[in-house]
Design a protein around this ligand. Structure first.
Ligand code: ZN
Ligand code: ZN
Length: 284
């Protein structure tokens, strides 16, 4: 039987509610479906409740956006509780830091001699403050002649006042997932754009930090990639995962459990993960 261990709901950027996703999994005949919304566990309670009502196995999880320097990656954690107190705390910290980021950029602009205040930027924004509003404020003061110039010289990713977005590092993400008793899995490894030999090096580093599995069967992985990644995962002793990255109608070509039509994730992979967890005294 087939499973899908990577799917999104309205708790992040999917279009089906957690309950609707579970109902679709049931209708599709999936043995199990994992709910893995971006940087939140807020859909898990509803998904688990729907699973109990409909008799559909639901694996509660999430997909963390993590990064270090210019490299970013997604790490899926499976078997999270809906409460996940340590994970929630870490995610709230990131959100708070992102609020502070605007203040830090403006402080840097001031250090560079550009006289703008947070208040005048916030006034332009109305709601959520971002760099475009800073560009407008700089223009209004005659400090730059265009939004482009503001980004190029000052606030763009190579600008003099740039402050990177706060993200969890891979080490932090893996630490918090482990503290929650979740099973951490590298999502869609092809997005790292590393040749196999370098991917192996990266995976070994991540394994030292607590990574336990990788997605092999993934919508955007070609058959060649699936074969190569399967061999690599087996060689490294990583759990093998797979999923569609279903988002509902925002990604209309991607179907739950089937990806673009050629995806098949066998439920024996889930059984292997459960055996691995039981060995470690973790719940399944
Ligand atoms: Zn992802
Ligand atoms: Zn995803």
């Amino acid at each position: 039987m087939t499973i899908d261990l990577h799917a999104h709901t309205t708790a992040s950027d999917g279009t089906l509610s957690p309950r609707e996703l579970v109902a679709l999994a049931k209708k599709t005949g999936l043995k199990a479906v994992a709910v893995t919304d971006h940087d939140t566990v807020s859909g898990l309670a509803e998904a688990l409740e729907a699973g109990r009502e409909l008799g559909q196995e639901v694996i509660p999880g999430c997909e963390l956006s993590v990064g270090e320097g210019r490299q970013s990656m997604h790490i899926v954690g499976l078997w999270l509780t809906p409460e996940a107190p340590k994970l929630r705390e870490a995610l709230e910290f990131v959100i708070r830091e992102r609020g502070n980021r605007n203040h830090k950029i403006i402080a840097k602009l001031n250090e560079l001699g550009l006289d703008i205040t947070y208040e005048e930027v916030a006034e332009r924004a109305g709601g959520t403050v971002g760099r475009p509003h800073m560009a407008q404020a700089l223009m209004a003061r005659g400090l730059v002649s265009s939004v482009n110039e503001a980004f190029e010289k000052y606030i763009g990713n190579s600008g003099a006042a740039y402050v990177p977005r706060t993200r969890l590092s891979p080490a932090q993400a893996l630490e918090v997932l482990r503290a929650e008793g979740a099973t951490p899995i590298l999502a869609h490894p092809y997005l790292l754009q590393l040749p196999l030999s370098q991917l192996e090096v990266r995976l070994r580093e991540l394994m030292d930090l607590g990574l336990e599995g990788m997605e092999v069967y993934y919508t955007e992985h070609s058959n060649d990639i699936r074969r190569a990644y399967r061999a690599l995962a087996d060689r490294l002793g990583l759990l093998v995962s797979g999923g569609s990255d279903f988002h509902g109608s925002v990604k209309p070509g991607i179907h739950l459990g089937r990806g673009k039509g050629d995806l098949y994730v066998d439920d024996n992979l889930l059984e292997a993960m459960k055996a691995h967890r039981r060995e470690r005294g973790q719940w399944v």
